[in-house]
Design a protein around this ligand. Structure first.
Ligand code: SAH
Length: 231
């Protein structure tokens, strides 16, 4: 979906998809998935990650399979983690997805390559503004953004087929997010304390509304911070 002027660095993106596929096979014992869906790999091959990292890093850095700082103490996730989290949502296209923690907007773009509509919530106005500008530059028209407290979800557009949280919730999955997930829907969320052990978790809401959690992989995320609780 990114337009032609942004489609340079394709070779670096293809190399990145290979690194992700390699790491997917290495982590299969945890994730239960030896390969990732072709839609996910194609999305990584499409999104110009170099535009989402401040300071115009050289392609060797922008397309390394590593997390990077994006300012305000936040990070753009490692591409393998972005791919894994997208994979775990089992998107087929056509879904309405809620993302909590827009950050740079990179994961948002990856979701928008696959899903029908993406609703993304970020608490920091500066990050939301620069993500909005980058996503507009890439030409996405199926992304909707809100600068607010993502622990409250985005009730106006609920329910969602899938929800992705890209910051770690210490304790329970926020109730509003479970409420706003469709029966039969999937959630991916890191759970655990700020500096302690965190577990990437898949949440499933069945047709009766029962929500169950399934641990996937130990991870390290910045904290999900409720507005009014912490800076
Ligand atoms: N997916 C992002 C990575 C984001 S890091 C990317 O690809 O760049 C996690 C983000 O969650 C940070 O930008 C942080 O500001 C945001 N965040 C933390 N708590 C939040 C909350 N309660 N509501 C909305 N965003 C939150």
């Amino acid at each position: 979906m990114a337009n032609n002027t942004e489609m340079n660095h394709k070779a670096e993106r293809i190399a990145l998809t290979r690194a992700i596929e390699h790491e997917a096979s290495e982590t299969a014992a945890w994730t239960g998935r030896t390969t990732f869906n072709a839609r996910v790999i194609r999305a990584i091959a499409e999104v110009p990650r170099h535009l989402f990292i401040p300071g115009a890093p050289p392609p060797g850095i922008a397309y390394a399979n590593r997390p990077q700082p994006i300012g305000l103490g936040q990070t753009i996730s490692q591409p393998y983690i972005v791919a894994l989290m997208t994979e775990l949502l089992d998107l087929n296209g056509g879904e309405k997805v809620l993302e909590i923690g827009t950050g740079s907007g990179y994961q948002t773009a990856v979701l928008a390559e696959i899903a029908d509509e993406v609703y993304s919530v970020e608490r920091f106005a500066d990050l939301a503004a620069s993500a909005r500008a980058t996503l507009a530059k890439c030409g996405y028209s199926n992304i909707h953004m809100s600068c607010s407290d993502g622990t409250q979800g985005w009730a106006e557009h609920a329910p969602y087929d899938a929800i992705m949280v890209t910051a770690a919730a210490d304790g329970a999955v926020p109730h509003a997010l479970i409420e706003q997930l469709k029966p039969g829907g999937r959630m991916v969320i890191p759970l655990g304390p700020r500096h302690g052990p965190q577990m990437l978790t898949v949440g499933l809401k069945d047709q009766t509304g029962r929500f169950t959690k399934h641990p996937v992989l130990p991870v390290s995320f910045v904290p999900l911070v409720s507005l009014g609780k912490e800076g």
